[in-house]
Design a protein around this ligand. Structure first.
Ligand code: NAP
Length: 265
């Protein structure tokens, strides 16, 4: 099986790097194109077996799956370039462009045989670079086998979930934007720790391990956050004082407001 990725920037490059380390594709099954030579060179430097192209048309030849990983406003231009070169009876289109709905993709990739192209939309996050993305995926005109295939591919670079397209923007706010909110928590904790007299690099190490521990506990115990919080908050103790102070400063409300603000309507 072969996959071609158009756009070797942050996400396209990360997908190529991530998939080249998985089991579904060998590096030589992966092709990637970009107008930017520096991006192509970066991919070659990572793994010379990944095929790099300047031309998008050359890149998609022979692909089973074509991934669109350019900025949303460039999707139409790329579609105009490649749509009549695709064989819709066997080539799957997967777009990761945020805010470009399936309806628009259907008009950009009209199947001449009127069977309709098989289209997937996916929103990953930047942790795809280290094979720890959360990726929500919506499909149109796909068989169950095709859905299972796409899920298995992207489960290799994190956790992938099939969702309704109408919910994709909520998932995007929570995970694709949400990773930035997690980084901001890490930064805030580090800054607080420096005030308490710790060096920033030491503080960062502690915060990262604490986050890992929190995730591991919740996964191992299958619990909700409040259950784990109750185990830490001794009545009259210091943790509940810290939590209440954070809540008074608007912690939960800020997170919810941030998620809602980043929800694409
Ligand atoms: N970043 C995220 O967290 C995230 C998460 C989910 C989804 N997405 C989506 O992923 C897509 C890509 O985002 P990104 O952050 O990876 O963007 P990016 O870093 O700008 O990567 C896009 C790459 O495509 C190249 N390019 C531009 N026009 C092209 C063309 N006609 N043919 C081939 N390549 C072309 C760009 O080159 P130049 O730099 O020279 O223009 C750039 O190297 C976007 O649609 C975005 O909505 C991003």
């Amino acid at each position: 099986m072969k996959i071609s990725i158009i756009g070797a920037g942050n996400m396209g490059g990360a997908i190529a790097r991530g998939l080249s380390q998985g089991t579904v594709f060998s590096a030589s099954d992966i092709s990637i194109s970009d107008i930017n030579e520096a991006n192509r060179q970066a991919i070659k430097a990572f793994n010379p077996s990944i095929n790099c192209f300047e031309s998008n048309s050359d890149c998609i030849a022979g692909a089973d799956i074509v991934v669109l990983a350019v900025k949303p406003w460039l999707v139409e231009m790329v579609a105009n370039e490649i749509s009549d070169k695709l064989d819709y009876s066997r080539q799957i289109i997967l777009s990761i462009a945020a805010g470009v709905p399936v309806d628009q993709l259907r008009t950009l990739f009209p199947d001449k045989d009127e069977q309709g192209a098989t289209i997937f939309r996916m929103i990953p996050n930047t942790a795809i670079d280290v094979r720890e993305s959360f990726s929500c995926i919506a499909s149109w005109n796909a068989t169950e086998e095709q859905e299972a295939l796409i899920l298995s591919i992207f489960n290799e670079v994190g956790k992938a979930m099939l969702v309704q397209e109408s919910q994709m923007n909520a998932f995007m706010s929570l995970s694709s934007c949400g990773i930035a909110y997690v980084f901001r928590y890490i930064r805030a904790s580090t800054e607080g720790a420096v005030e308490l007299g710790l060096y920033p690099n030491v503080a960062k190490e502690v915060v990262l391990q604490t986050l890992k521990g929190a995730v591991a506990l919740m996964e191992a115990n299958g619990t909700n956050p409040e259950v784990e919080i109750d185990k830490v908050t001794t009545p009259g103790g210091i943790t509940i004082k810290g939590l209440n102070e954070m809540e008074q400063a608007g912690f939960t409300a800020s997170v919810i407001k941030g998620l809602k603000a980043s929800y694409l309507k």
